[in-house]
Write a protein that binds this ligand. Sequence first.
Ligand code: SF4
Ligand code: SF4
Length: 62
Amino acid sequence: MVVEIKIDYSRCVGCKECVKVCSFGVLEWLDDMPVVVDPNSCAFCLDCEKTCPTKAITHKES
Ligand code: SF4
Ligand code: SF4
């Protein structure tokens, strides 16, 4: 399973909650924004999606 993680930076308000909630090291806070650094480690738990207040993060399975 390949998981595609997208962050829509036009919606992101920089709250860092997605980085805090991901326990798999997929997301990191770099240069003042959340960045997908290790997509292969994503467990598809969707905690980041549920936590993001602006629905800036989306996942797609392919
Ligand atoms: S779905 Fe879960 S494992 Fe994947 S990036 Fe979001 S919080 Fe991390
Ligand atoms: S939780 Fe959403 S709004 Fe907050 S930093 Fe992550 S992507 Fe941006």
